[in-house]
Design a protein around this ligand. Structure first.
Ligand SMILES: *Cc1c(COP(=O)(O)O)cnc(C)c1O
Length: 492
């Protein structure tokens, strides 16, 4: 048999590859350039879904052109819409194009970033260094890029759990005996902490009863006195406080727990301070926000996302752990087949595989490196500051409008509000606002999401979008009032 007949055909003709790559780049450029004139969301119609969903695996290849034509027809137009200037649902990143190109490059190079001796490892170490510099986090902290803040939070809290056990009793090796080797470990966070913290407590085998949700003040910030009481109660019961989760930028309202006071308390009580700064930590790049965030750098571990408020394409989150030894002791394990050598490819400058859960890891750093190099960090800082201004701008529009009401103060970039329906009881007003949101999304004019504040339905905008302009918020408010008026008239 000749070599040619053994060729699986996975590598294309390289001139074709060149053309196809340029074709995708060109189509994406058209897509970005036309965003503002198109809808923020275009639902996937049933007839299109039927054409590509639930299909058998293609055994014979169609070739790139036919496959791409199908993708352009059926998939490309029906995305989430978070790259659109008027998407503010959940906490979505808008995806900086330099990061898109970096992702393409990184995927093409396809190194395994577990930490062996090649430039991708240094690229990740370099970008981690830049992130520490931008956040003024201690340079000696270890860190790694992960899939998102859910995992970053889990890794930081795993370090906290490990350290709390070892510190409680030097014979308690949590990795050997698990949580059965000592008293109950407790984690504290506010009632507004993200749901992933609860899930970490569950996965750790602590159970979510061991994650104590502390009440908040009128500004949705953790109540420090209540936290102190909970810690004292738990100590009196013989439990071991393992970590306090300080949320910097809550999902619901963008509130920031009292960072400095929590840092002081954790220091005095010798408890691990973990910061969930998924998007809010990036507000450090706006000097106006620094007084509120002061103390962030005292965290024992910090979790945040680059795919939200640093606008890097999904997925990319980051965790920093202040004490490299605790970080290593929590995760390190080296079977013979992963041992380092003194020279060669296995002469690892930093074995990321020993600092988290993933062994094989993608080249996430490439897109971050490219975006920071090509655009410069200051461009990202300006966009963050602008989003903060837009949060205030939208809150101002809502406050000035007699038919709208803010659900909570909007200290950062998250704005919750509802349409007021005079004459309707609260349940009917909530139902109207739910219909309003659904119709607004279906119209494609703007795509906020929702949340409940004090049990009441609110439209919710989290502004982590480098494409939004002030006029986009005028459009939003006009549209909300227009749909609200129509729904109210129908109910009258
Ligand atoms: C988004 C978010 C998370 C989870 O991050 P993912 O990147 O979605 O995994 C955790 N905490 C807060 C405050 C968030 O906003």
């Amino acid at each position: 048999m000749s070599d040619a007949s053994l060729d699986p055909g996975l590598d294309p003709d390289w001139d074709d590859f060149r053309r196809w790559g340029a074709k995708i780049a060109g189509d994406l450029a058209d897509h970005y350039a036309g965003l503002r004139d198109g809808p923020a969301w275009r639902p996937l119609p049933a007839h299109k879904k039927a054409q590509f969903y639930g299909q058998p695996v293609p055994r014979e290849g169609l070739g790139f052109e036919a496959a791409y034509a199908e993708a352009r027809e059926l998939i490309v137009p029906h995305m989430q819409g978070n790259v659109h200037p008027r998407h503010w649902g959940w906490v979505a990143g808008s995806g900086a194009p330099m990061g898109v190109l970096g992702e393409f490059l990184g995927a093409g190079l396809n190194p395994n970033c577990t930490g062996s001796n090649h430039a991708a490892t240094y690229t990740e170490l370099q970008t981690l260094g830049w992130l520490k510099e931008l956040l003024d986090f201690p340079a000696e902290a270890t860190g790694l890029l992960v899939s998102g803040a859910s995992i970053a939070n889990l890794l930081g809290l795993a370090c906290a759990r490990h350290r709390a056990a070892a510190h409680h009793d030097s014979d308690w090796d949590l990795r050997q005996t698990g949580v059965y080797g000592g008293p109950r470990l407790m984690i504290y966070g506010s009632a507004e902490a993200h749901s992933c913290i609860q899930r970490s407590a569950e996965i750790f085998g602590l159970g979510r009863d061991s994650f104590r949700r502390i009440g908040t003040d009128a500004h949705y910030r953790m109540d420090l006195e209540a936290l102190k009481r909970a810690i004292a109660e738990d100590r009196a019961q013989g439990h071991v406080p393992a970590a306090v989760v300080c949320t910097v930028g809550t999902v619901n309202t963008g509130a920031t727990d009292p960072v400095e006071a929590i840092a002081d308390l954790c220091q005095a009580e010798n408890i691990w301070m973990h910061v969930d700064g998924a998007f809010g930590a990036l507000a450090w790049l706006d000097p106006r926000r620094r007084p509120t965030l002061k103390g962030l750098q005292r965290a024992d571990s910090l979790a945040f996302d680059c795919h939200k408020w640093l606008y890097i394409p999904y997925d990319i989150g980051c965790v920093f752990v202040r004490d490299p030894d605790v970080h290593y002791e929590t995760f390190g394990v080296t079977p013979p087949y992963l041992s380092a050598t003194r020279q060669g490819l296995s002469d690892s400058p930093f074995f990321f595989g020993n600092y988290g859960l993933d062994l094989s890891r993608p080249f996430r750093a490439m897109k971050l490196w490219m975006a920071l190099k090509a655009n410069g960090a200051d461009a990202f800082a300006r966009s963050i500051a602008r989003n903060i201004d837009q949060g205030a701008y939208l809150a101002g529009l809502v406050e000035a409008h007699p038919k709208l009401r803010l659900g909570a103060e909007a200290p950062l970039n998250v704005v919750c509000f509802r349409y007021l329906a005079p004459g309707l009881d609260p349940a009917a007003e909530d139902a109207l606002n739910r219909d309003l949101l659904e119709q607004l999304q279906a119209s494609g004019r703007a795509t906020p999401s929702m949340t409940l504040l004090d049990g009441r339905f609110h439209l919710r905008c989290a502004i982590t979008n480098h494409r939004s302009r002030d006029e986009d918020f005028d459009i939003l408010v006009d549209e909300v009032v227009r749909i609200g008026d129509r729904l109210l008239a129908q109910r009258a």
